[in-house]
Design a binder for this molecule. Structure first.
Ligand code: NAP
Length: 356
């Protein structure tokens, strides 16, 4: 293969649910539409607990491509010699076992958020992936959207100073009164509740704003405060609020909330500095824009310069994370430098503490 040909990553898809369908739809979009020419994605296998569902999924979301194999078990995907990387889109409580099985079969893994149910599971997978020499990443797609890269530049150019406060909310009304208690968002056996479903996006913003900030020097929050409201039917959390206090090097707080019984707050987030604000537009998992406001002098609150940066994507924007996976695998990396195991582990440690 000549060096100017794109690297082709061959994916095996685990499960045929809602997000797996969106992921496949996105990665099959021509990369040139997002000005990418170094990597290409190919779906070579789909695994379901039911082979008929796998074939129906291929017919519906992969244009019935006859070269894609429909497997009636996940295991057949793990051992499929044509598969380089596995995408896992099962409910939360299955992520650990599915990822473990794929890693042991020496497949690279991109696993949906939350990557595991707790920090212990994640540490074990992180070690296992390294021992088996395979790439492993949580599907934290927000981090790989161009908006996040643009925001990082604004946060780090120094004009706003260090962050002092982040208020972020991600709420989505799942109409839980009319959902069966076996639905993944309500069933504790599937890892239901607001925190595990929506909390990962709160964490990506806290991590981008505070944990990754150069002034933070990689310190984890020194204090976590939390409060939860539970559903009367299954006991999973309906609304959760938690505050991360970064008090070791930064002096900053992330005030984070999520709910499965309310619509989204607009705007979704506000990062506050002594020299201005960054307002994050909804939805928090794929913001369409952010607005930067600068004050005339530190602490005045008097905005003298306001700039909005807008972004639009073809499809859902789930392909940016897949491009990262392909580039890392091509380059022999076992972790992404953008969303490495340390960041998922911080997320898991915070969630463990929030649920105590
Ligand atoms: N990145 C995002 O934007 C995003 C959005 C929504 C959800 N997610 C994450 O993606 C995961 C799946 O969410 P989803 O909304 O796609 O769920 P879903 O529509 O219910 O699909 C889950 C799939 O997992 C498989 N599965 C295996 N064991 C299962 C069980 N015991 N019960 C139900 N399904 C089972 C099923 O596929 P087969 O029958 O084919 O085996 C099912 O279709 C969750 O971890 C969630 O947090 C991410």
């Amino acid at each position: 293969m000549s060096s100017n040909q794109p690297f082709v990553l061959r994916w095996g898809i685990i499960s045929t649910g809602m997000i797996a369908a969106k992921f496949v739809g996105d990665i099959l979009i021509d990369p040139s539409t997002r000005t990418v020419d170094d990597v290409v994605h190919k779906v070579v296998a789909v695994g379901s607990r039911d082979a008929i569902k796998a074939q129906e999924f291929i017919n519906k979301f992969a244009q019935g491509d006859k070269s894609i194999k429909a497997h009636g078990t996940y295991e057949e995907v793990y051992v499929d010699k044509d598969v380089d990387a596995v995408y896992i889109g099962t409910p939360n409580t299955y992520h650990y076992q599915n990822s473990k099985d794929a890693i042991l079969a020496k497949k690279h893994v991109l696993c949906e958020k939350p990557v595991t149910m707790n920090a212990v599971e994640l540490k074990s997978l992180s070690t296992l992936a390294k021992e088996n020499g395979v790439f492993f990443m949580e599907a934290m797609w927000t981090k790989f959207q161009p908006l996040s890269g643009a925001l990082k530049k604004v946060l780090e150019d120094g004009r706003l100073g260090p962050p002092v406060s982040l208020h972020a909310d991600l709420s989505l009304d799942f109409d839980i009164e009319n959902l069966p208690t076996t639905h993944r968002i309500l069933d504790p056996m599937l890892g239901g509740g607001a925190l595990l479903d929506l909390g990962p996006y709160l964490m990506v913003w806290a991590i981008m704003t505070m944990y990754e900030h150069p002034d933070n020097k990689g310190e984890e929050p020194g204090h976590i405060a939390t409060s939860m409201l539970r559903t009367s039917t299954t006991g999973v959390d309906a609304s959760t609020t938690f505050v991360l206090t970064f008090n070791k090097t930064l002096q900053a707080q992330a005030i984070l909330s999520c709910s499965i019984t309310l619509p989204a707050v607009r705007p979704a987030g506000n990062i506050r500095f002594r020299n201005g604000n960054v307002v994050i537009h909804s939805p928090l998992y794929r913001p369409s824009a952010f607005t930067v406001e600068y004050f005339d002098k530190p602490g005045s609150g008097n905005v003298v310069d306001r700039t909005a940066k807008e972004f639009s994507y073809i499809g859902e924007g789930l392909y940016f994370q897949a491009d990262e996976v392909a580039r890392c695998i091509r380059d022999g990396k076992l972790e992404s430098s953008e969303w490495g195991h340390d960041k998922s582990l911080l997320e898991m440690k915070v969630f463990d503490e929030v649920r105590i």
